[in-house]
Design a protein around this ligand. Structure first.
Ligand SMILES: Nc1ncnc2c1ncn2[C@@H]1O[C@H](COP(=O)(O)OP(=O)(O)OP(=O)(O)O)[C@@H](O)[C@H]1O
Length: 360
């Protein structure tokens, strides 16, 4: 089963402190949603409000169109999978997975059949008679997922479920988690502070900071068109360039920056339409510096390479623009280009990759 989730103006205060500050979100049935943000931003608080373990100070949650106010965790159509996914050590995997079904009074043969089906889903059918201590960390994590799904929640809430795994296993489990979610179609709400994990698994990411939602959208949308400086910075390496709008028309605007003038399409301005005199911050990902010969490039004079390192697919370079050599920009240069510290190169931007944010 699967259900939509609607959060309306949810706030949670502890004394004068706001752990969650007026959060409203609409999640579609069957979506894989990731709550992303630094430690203490309110991700777990929001998850816990959805699961019914924390009561919001203000606001409400509805799941599948049903108001959850006053509904106890066990009576909600949700299951929570915690990072510390304690399996019962003395029980075989099939009994661990069938535990919730036993609590619901399902006869043994029916719950064994169902548990075997979910062990099959996570690739552990042949290990059904093993005990948890005979498994690797990744396998135990898969059993916990099978156990959580076996009770057929409409919404599965996952609190840093991959947090205890090493990086390689974590990446592998991300792919598996995504594939399993697509197969079962259950709505997943997953908490992490790992931006790469969010990009790898989410249909849509909620970027949170200090109890508020800073951004909400598909991974590519948030990466390409962040709606706040915090979101831009949290979603990977980025350069910020201050500028002022000099001319604006319906289809775009001319922005003056310390390294030269950049003409940007109107769609690259988030929040609102630019007008002359607006102060903006241009957000430029390292991969959006480009070959000055490309016909769409915005040319910005030359820059000194002050440092470069080889990263397999590209060189990561620090650049000091000639027009403003107090600035340090990070750019990714193609693998084929011979880039060495001390060299001068033409500085050029692909304008489609630049986002202009209004300065508050
Ligand atoms: N019971 C509580 N009493 C007081 N403050 C709390 C309580 N629970 C959470 N907080 C505070 O609320 C804020 C948000 O906590 P929350 O656990 O939601 O953050 P988080 O984003 O999940 O962080 P992490 O990634 O470290 O788990 C934190 O500053 C935390 O200290």
């Amino acid at each position: 089963m699967t259900a939509s989730v609607s959060i309306r103006n949810a706030t949670k205060t502890y004394g004068p402190f706001k752990a969650l500050d007026d959060v409203s979100l609409d999640i579609d049935a069957g979506e894989f949603i990731v709550l992303l943000g630094p430690s203490g931003c309110g991700k777990t608080t929001l998850l816990s409000i959805l699961g019914g373990f924390t009561t919001p100070t203000a606001g409400s949650v509805s799941i599948g169109g049903r108001d959850m106010t006053g509904v106890a965790p066990a009576r909600r159509p949700t299951t929570t999978m915690f990072q510390d996914y304690a399996l019962f050590p003395h029980m075989r995997l099939v009994d661990n997975v069938g535990f919730g079904l036993r609590m619901r009074g399902l006869p043994k043969n029916e719950r064994d059949d169902k548990a075997m089906g979910f062990l099959n889903l996570v690739g552990l059918k042949s290990a059904a008679r093993k005990k948890p201590h005979e498994l690797s960390g990744g396998q135990r994590q898969r059993v916990a997922l099978a156990r959580a799904l076996a009770v057929d929640p409409d919404v599965l809430l996952l609190d840093e479920p991959l947090g205890a795994l090493d990086l390689k296993l974590r990446r592998q489990m991300q792919d598996e988690l995504k594939a399993i979610q697509q197969r079962v179609g259950t709505t997943f709400v997953h908490v992490t502070h790992d931006q790469e994990e969010a990009m790898a698994i989410a249909d849509r990411i909620v970027v949170m900071n200090q109890g508020k939602v800073e951004d909400f959208g598909a991974p590519a949308e948030i990466h390409m068109r962040p709606k706040s400086l915090f979101s831009a910075g949290f979603m990977g390496e980025i350069n910020f360039l201050q500028g002022r709008v000099r001319e604006a028309a319906n289809d775009g605007a001319r922005v003056e920056t310390p390294v030269g003038t950049v003409v940007l399409p109107a769609a690259n301005f988030t929040i609102r339409k630019p007008v002359p005199g607006d102060d903006v911050t241009l957000c430029i990902r390292p991969e959006h510096f480009c070959d000055a010969a490309s016909h769409s490039a915005v040319r910005l004079g030359e820059a000194h390479i002050t440092a470069s390192a080889f990263f397999g697919t590209h060189f990561r370079c620090h650049l000091a623009p000639m027009a403003a050599n107090q600035l340090s920009l990070v750019a990714h240069m193609p693998q084929a280009s011979a880039v060495r510290p001390g060299e001068r190169i033409p500085l050029a931007l692909d304008p489609s990759g630049v986002t202009a944010l209004a300065v508050a």
